[in-house]
Design a binder for this molecule. Structure first.
Ligand code: NAP
Length: 455
C-alpha cells in the first residue's frame, strides 16, 4: 500500500511518501516506550501546558493547517478552518480538565475499609484514523491519552499523508516530547505487528465496519483493549410541528457538510406525513442552493468526495439502490464527468428493507427519505437498522422530542440541532457502529488504568 496525496478536485498527484521500514518502526516503538516510562513520573500539569501550546499552534496557523485538508481530501476551506478550530478546542478541553479527571476518587461505602481509585496511563496506544476529519479524529484520541501519559502512534488513512505529517509538525512546534506522538506510514502487516507488540496496550480505530472487524479481531487475538468508532445510517426526524424552512435548511446542511462524508450525517430523513409534501419541497429548494466546485474557492458550497475511488464506490451503491426499485426525488444520478471526484446530490425514496443497499452507509451527498404517520412508526423506522451511531429530532415540543430520543437505539441524539461532536460530551456508537467512547471524561478512561487501592 502507498501513502499518496492527490487533490480530489483536479486529480493531480501532490506527493508520494515512503513507507516506514521494520527497523525504523522498531525505533518508533522504543522511543514511545521511553516517553511512557518518563511520563508516569511527570506531573500532569507539565503535559497540560504542552496541550495548550498545541492548541495555540493550530489556532495561530489556521489557514496553513486548513489548506492541507482542502488539498488532501477536498474539504471546503471554510469547513477546514472550522475543523482546525475544533481540533484546538479538543486540546484545550483536556488541558483544562486533565488534572481534574486524573484526581483519585474515594469509594467509601465498602463493607470493609475504604478504597481510593487511582487513574494512570497503561502504555502505548495505536490510533488508526480516517480521512474525513483528519485532525479532529486524531486530536480526540491524542489529547486524553497525552494527559494519561500514553504515547500515541498514528496510522492515518493513506490518502491524507500530508495531514498526518502536519499533525506531527504541530506537535513538534508545540514542543511535545519525543515519543509522545508519532505518525507512521505503515502497511497493514506492520499495523498487526504493532498491535501484537507487548508494549502496546490498545488500539483505537475510527473508520469503516470492514476495518473495524479486522482491527478488532487482531486486538482480540492479542488481548488488547480496543475502541471502535464506525459508520452509521443516522436519522433526521422531522415532526409535524416544526418551522419547515428552518428544519429543511438544517436537514440539508446535516447531509451535505463535508460533501456528506460524516459518520453522523443525516442519512435517513423521517418526516411526519402531515408535513411531508411541504417539507420535501423545502428540501429540494435547499439542495438546489449547493454548488459543487473547487474547495479552495469561497463561492463553492459543495466539496468533491475525498477520492476517485470514493466517487466510484458511491456511484456503484447508488446504481444498485436504483436498480431494485428506489426512486430519485431530486438530482441526477449520472456520474459527474471529469478528473475530479465530484458527486451530484440526490434524494432517494422507496428504499425498502429488502434492498441490498438498505443497511449500507452511503458516504456522500445522497439522502433517503421516509414518511411516518405516528411517533411509534418513526421509532420503528429509526431502529430498523444494524447501525446505532446518532440521530437528530426536530420539533417545537421538547418533551415529545426527548421521549422519542430515549427510544432511538444510538450512541447519541440531538434535538433541534445538527449532531456534531463536542469536547464536553461522550461520542460513540452501539450495534454495528462500534463500541467505546471518545471525548469528555469517558474518553480519557478508555485507555487508563482504573486502579482501586484498598485499605
Ligand atoms: P476505512 O477505509 O475503514 O479506513 C480507516 C482507517 O483504517 C484508515 O487509516 C485505513 O488505512 C485503516 N485500515 C483499513 N483497513 C485496515 C486494516 N486491515 N489494517 C490496518 N488498517 C486498516 O475508513 P475511511 O474510508 O477512512 O473512513 C470512513 C468511515 O469512517 C465511514 O464509515 C465513517 O462513518 C467512519 N467514521 C466513523 C466515525 C465515528 O466516530 N464513529 C468518525 C469518522 C468516520 P488505509 O487508508 O491505508 O486503508
Amino acid at each position: 500500500m502507498s501513502y499518496t496525496a492527490v487533490n480530489p478536485y483536479n486529480g493531480q498527484k501532490i506527493r508520494d511518501f515512503d513507507n516506514i521500514t521494520d527497523q525504523q518502526l522498531s525505533i518508533v516503538l522504543d522511543k514511545a516506550q521511553a516517553f511512557y516510562d518518563k511520563s508516569q513520573k511527570q506531573t500532569i500539569q507539565e503535559r497540560t501546558k504542552l496541550l495548550n501550546k498545541l492548541a495555540d499552534e493550530f489556532e495561530k496557523n489556521t489557514e496553513k493547517y486548513a489548506r492541507i485538508l482542502s488539498t488532501n481530501m477536498g474539504k471546503l476551506l471554510t469547513e477546514a478552518g472550522q475543523e482546525v478550530a475544533k481540533t484546538s478546542s479538543f486540546a484545550r478541553y483536556y488541558a483544562k480538565n486533565g488534572v481534574k479527571f486524573m484526581q483519585p476518587k474515594p469509594y467509601n461505602d465498602l463493607t470493609n475499609g475504604q478504597a481510593q481509585v487511582e487513574f494512570s496511563g497503561t502504555g502505548i496506544v495505536l490510533a488508526v484514523e480516517p480521512w474525513n476529519f483528519p485532525y479532529t479524529q486524531v486530536m480526540r484520541m491524542f489529547a486524553p491519552n497525552f494527559i494519561l501519559g500514553n504515547p500515541v502512534i498514528l496510522k492515518h488513512a493513506s490518502i491524507v499523508p500530508e495531514t498526518a505529517l502536519a499533525f506531527q509538525e504541530a506537535c513538534e512546534n508545540a514542543g511535545m516530547p519525543e515519543g509522545a506522538f508519532t505518525n507512521i506510514f505503515a502497511d497493514y502487516d506492520q499495523i498487526n505487528h504493532i498491535i501484537a507488540d507487548p508494549r502496546v496496550q490498545g488500539v483505537a480505530l475510527t473508520g469503516s465496519e470492514n476495518a473495524g472487524r479486522k482491527i478488532a479481531s487482531v486486538a482480540g487475538q492479542n488481548l488488547k483493549k480496543s475502541t471502535m468508532e464506525l459508520g452509521g445510517t443516522d436519522v433526521f426526524v422531522v415532526l409535524d410541528d416544526v418551522d419547515v424552512p428552518v428544519a429543511a435548511k438544517d436537514a440539508v446542511k446535516a447531509r451535505l457538510t463535508n460533501a456528506g462524508q460524516v459518520c453522523t450525517a443525516a442519512k435517513r430523513y423521517i418526516v411526519s406525513a402531515k408535513i411531508y409534501p411541504e417539507f420535501l419541497k423545502a428540501l429540494k429548494e435547499e439542495f438546489a442552493k449547493y454548488q459543487l466546485g473547487d474547495p479552495l474557492d469561497e463561492k463553492t458550497t459543495l466539496a468533491p468526495l475525498s477520492s476517485k475511488s470514493a466517487q466510484q464506490q458511491l456511484q456503484d451503491q447508488v446504481d444498485k439502490v436504483i436498480a431494485v426499485g428506489a426512486e430519485i426525488l431530486y438530482g441526477d444520478p449520472t456520474p459527474v464527468p471529469g478528473v475530479g471526484a465530484g458527486f451530484s446530490p440526490l434524494i432517494l425514496t422507496g428504499m425498502s428493507d429488502d434492498n441490498p443497499m438498505y443497511e449500507e452507509e452511503l458516504f456522500g451527498p445522497v439522502a433517503q427519505i421516509y414518511q411516518a404517520q405516528t411517533d411509534d412508526e418513526i421509532i420503528k423506522i429509526a431502529n430498523n437498522s444494524r447501525h446505532g451511531l446518532g440521530g437528530a429530532i426536530y420539533t417545537k415540543d421538547i418533551a415529545r422530542g426527548r421521549k422519542i430520543a430515549s427510544q432511538i437505539e444510538t450512541g447519541q441524539v440531538t434535538i433541534n440541532s445538527i449532531l456534531s461532536s463536542q469536547a464536553e460530551v461522550p461520542f460513540g456508537g452501539v450495534k454495528d457502529s462500534g463500541y467505546g467512547r471518545e471525548l469528555s471524561d469517558w474518553g480519557i478512561y478508555e485507555f487508563a488504568n482504573i486502579k482501586p487501592v484498598m485499605y
